[in-house]
Each structure stands twice: as C-alpha cells, then as structure tokens.
Design a protein around this ligand. Sequence first.
Ligand SMILES: [Fe+2]
Length: 496
Amino acid sequence: MNYLGISAGFHDSAVSIVDNTGNILFAGHSERYTKHKHDKHLSIDIVTDALAHATSRDIEVHYYERPLIKYLRQLYSGEKPSLAHISAKQLIGKELFNKITDGGKVHTHNHHLSHAAAGFQTSPHNDATVVVIDAIGEFDTISIYNAWYENGIAKYKKLWGRHYPDSIGLFYSAMTKRAGLKPLDEEYILMGMAAYGNTRPLREMSNTLIASFSDVSFKENLHIGVPDDFIKGADDMDIAHSAQLIVEQMIMNVISKARMLGTSKNLVYGGGGVALNCLANRLLGEYYDNIWIIPNPGDAGSSLGAAALGYGKHLNWTDAYLGHNIPGLYPVNKLLDHLNTTGIVGVASGRAEFGPRALGHRSLLADPRGSEIKNKVNDIKRRQQFRPFAPVILEEYADTYFDMPKGFSNSRYMQVISRCRVPELFPAIVHVDNTSRVQTVPKDGSGIRELLEKWYVLTGCPMLLNTSLNIRGEPMVNDRTDADRFEKLYNVPVIS
Ligand SMILES: [Fe+2]
C-alpha cells in the first residue's frame, strides 16, 4: 500500500507519497512543473513523476482539508465559491484522480491537522506540543495540539485555537499589500524590509486593528485587506517594521500559551507563511529547547501531512530532497572549478528540494567573500538591492561565524536568522541588521557537503553564497530543460 497526499484547488498544490513502512517516496510542488508560482492546479507532469516513485499500485488518496467545511467558510466570508469546491475529486481534477487510483475514494482531513501531521510525524520527537499558525484553514487560523504516539499511532488532542477572521497570517498579508507588495507571495520581502523601518506607525496600526494581543483578535476582518491609504503617508519600510513587531508579539503570545497548555517540552511548529518568518522564529527558543519545523510548513507541505495521516505512524525523515530527480553524481569538482575561476555557478543535480528554499540541489552558488559578489549575483537575480543573499556553511563552523539563536543548534532548512560575527567580511550574505538566514550542512555524505569541504580546503572559507536557481518571476528550476533555459538566458553554467 502507498499513501498519496494531495494539496490542490486553492494555492500551492503538491503531491506526496509515503509507503507502508513510513518511507517518503516523493514530495513535490506543482509550481515547479507548471511554472506558475503557487499554482493551485496539479498537472499530469507532477502526477506522472510522483507515480514513477510509487512502490505499489494499491494507492490510498488523502486530501489535505475538508472541502465542504471550507465551502461553508467561503460562503460565510462572501467569496462566492463554486459548488464543485465541495468535492475533493473535482478539486484534484477528475482525470488526474482517475490516473492515480482506479475507483478509489478520497479521504479528507482537517486543514490544520494536516499541517500538524506534516510537522509532528516527520519530527524526531516521541511527543510534542504542535502549534499551527497560518492565514486560514477551513475556519481555523491558530491551533495548539498535544501530539504523541500510542502503540506507534500518532495521536492529536487540540488544546486551543482561533478562528476566521482573527488571523495573524491575514494581518501580515494585509500589511504586505499595504506596503505595495503582492499578498500570499511577497510576505518574505516585507519581512526583509522590516530591518530598514522604525516604529512610527506602530501605535496607530495596533490601535486601529488589534482588539487583543493575548487572545489574537482583530477589530477588522483583514481578509479583504486595508484601504491603500491606511496610515496615510507612512513609509513602507516603517509599515514592515511595525507589522513585524506586531506578529512577533502575537506569535510569542501563542507560543507561551502552548508552553502553558501543552504537556511536552518539544515544539513542532508549522503553517503557511507564518512559520517561514525566520525573523520571528529566532524568538521561539524563549519557551522551547527542541524545535522542529518541516522545510515545507505551508499548504504544499500539507500534502505530506495528509499522506502521514493516512499512514498514521512516524515517517522516516532524512532530508528535503524529495522532488524531481536529475540523475547523476553531484558534480563537486566541476562546481569547484567554476567557483574558483569565475566565482559563480548554478547547480541542478539530484532530487529537487521540497519547500521554498534551495538547499544545494537547485542553487546558484557563489564565493561569498568581498564586496563585489552581491552585485554580480544581483545582475542575474534582479532582486531588490536591500535584500541579502543567504550563506550555506559547514555545520561545525556555524558558531565561528554566526550566533545561532536559542533553541536552534543548527539551521539545516534556513528557517531562522542568526547574527553574523564578521559581517564586514561577507557583505553579500548579511542583512543591514547584521543577520543571515544560514543553511548549516552536517556530515551527511551529501554532495553539497563534499563541495563545501573541498571549498574550505582550497580557500579556508567554510561557506558559499546560496540562492535559489530560478528565472526571474518563475518558480525554482525543476528539470534539466529548465536548467538549460536558465543557462541560455543568464549566460551562467548550470552543472548537473
Ligand atoms: Fe494552511
């Protein structure tokens, strides 16, 4: 038996497959196949790719939320949903569904429970307090659970929650739009802008919108955003700074509540863009020593959560390389040659990362030293100049260069920021507040590990600049054809 989990129909569609011994056979994001960021549709390409990794034709399909309940919430919020939205089969696409399973049925699960299962059942913990914070599930916006195993089966007991329209995620998206950015896409840019702003609009923002910080309730329904002239004249950077302070305070109130209500000392955290706020995540260690966030804590990751709920037990998590495969050995020596001569090279090798961060399999890598490299990489990426790139470092050297925040002994999936100890040496990978979103690589036998080791021997520098390999405006490169397009467009070699 294989358990196939699906997120589809709204945004960030994805497919995951788990076998009957807990191995994760495939986990992929639809956007990488269709080339539409956050695509709500699945395509025949991702389904075919996923099924090629299946080990059984006996497939049980698990969908990441309850369509009928979501339909009711959409009616309640005035969204005018299609009647087809009450059918998981329709949301998946009937033809694709029939390709996956011949005459099978779809098992549906609660949206926040799928987030919780994606986190807890991949975590190293036997018990955990699970916190889910996103924009909206069906009605849920925040959930706290006790999670444990009973005779090997994962159990969840909900302890506390908030419901639509009171939502930290909707607040942050509304502020993203207010700052002139694209909501449900560019929240990470708002987070990057926060370091440049100040608290000038904070009092008005909080007085106008927040009913209670401790209970996470709002005076307005922020699903529809705020007027464009909200806090008229306020600078976008100041909006970003103030919004970040508000979400940090609210998140920490929820985490403190979780510590009080939950029975476990381990935290599993997930949900939408909120759990990807690596700036806020630096604070989680105030309440927990052991923190696990799956590399894909949003709705795409919930495809794995749905499959996990189907399987019921702990999953054998090893790493995030779970998507499309570009076969062949990791091209360590070729990459090293390019880094040593031109200082910049692309890599598209092995299985694609499951999650929004490039972790060395679909990465643009560069020598991080000196002041020139940021402009050189930005000639390709064309990002806002104020945004830094990220470093990837041999894990044993992380403490030499960065102060890892409490609760995080490593940062293998780039989920938390840390303060750089020598920002003057690495201006390309350090933000204006001297922080970096580090990827630490353990002695795991991976290709990126070997590359970093050889780079260190050659240069004495244990890190590289690492940014996602993508054509501007497109999702990350998935297959070799994408890599060829990238090479042609930017005249940078992409090695497989
Ligand atoms: Fe969600």
